[in-house]
Design a protein around this ligand. Sequence first.
Ligand code: 13P
Length: 254
Amino acid sequence: MNRKQIAAANWKMNLKWAQAESLLNDLFKQPIHFSPNQQVALGVPFPYLSMALSYAKNHSHVEVAAQNSAQYASGAYTGETSAEMLQSMGVHYVILGHSERREYFGETNAVLAEKVKLALQNGLAPIFCCGESLTIRESGTQNEYVANQLKESLFDLSEFDFKKIVIAYEPIWAIGTGKTATAEQAQEMHAYLRSAIAAQYGEEVANSISILYGGSVKGANAKEIFGQPDVDGGLVGGASLKADEFLQVIAGLK
Ligand code: 13P
């Protein structure tokens, strides 16, 4: 498998400083064995980016991700963090469009298109999240809904830029609920998204894009989900806060 296979942690707004330090210590106390195409991304809160970067720099195959970046380039936007700042400190990825940001902070597909553009202009690789609510899933329109999120936020990008994107499919009904999508449900959506990408950018680009699954991934189910042909790893919330669980998730990468 040439596509990058990624175990991405999303710590969300969790852990105090000392807890973050001890989690990173526990994660890295034994060497992790990676295949050439495998990678870990540590999506930590802004105050812990430097801490995570100091671990990542001693470990190949480990990158750091911010959990958000501003829709404006720079200037008088109190409390915001720009893509340029993140890039200048050595951050590689930025998670954009998480359903929690869409729901609680009003991020729309149009705002996300701006954030994605700025991230790319500043050399960051977006991990772009998409996914449907339970209501949409029950109405059977999830494929069109999620494809439209990609269309409205990503499909104006040039092929050159689009190839830098990582997609994370996170059905909202599976986030933090313990209710994982089945491996078949994940595969079905991932294959559909890959076909939507192929229709826009061609097969070769579609086959090169990593599509991660997120939603109640843990040590015990990672291998089965990641084993699906169109699932290229996961974006992991709760289980990324425990070293042994997250190490098991990493071990589930194909
Ligand atoms: P959980 O793994 O806690 O379900 O969260 C998933 C998620 O939102 C990752 O971004």
